[in-house]
Design a binder for this molecule. Structure first.
Ligand code: FES
Length: 60
């Protein structure tokens, strides 16, 4: 995302603070954070540590 010029506001970069949290619109995320609740994982994403299977369309 940095290489693409997307401005994030990361702090911990370890998936624990939540400052980089964003939404996602479609795709299959692989959540690796320790911040989001089970419900939030259906529509929110922590990009500093999480990944995706294939393409994930973010809501920035
Ligand atoms: S920068 Fe802290 S969770 Fe992403």
């Amino acid at each position: 995302m940095r290489a693409a010029g997307v401005l994030l506001m990361p702090s911990c970069e370890n998936g624990v603070c939540g400052t980089c949290e964003c939404g996602f619109l479609e795709g299959q995320p692989i959540h690796r954070d320790a911040v989001l609740s089970k419900d939030a994982r259906s529509h929110r994403f922590i990009p500093c540590v999480s990944r995706a299977k294939g393409v994930l369309r973010l809501d920035l």
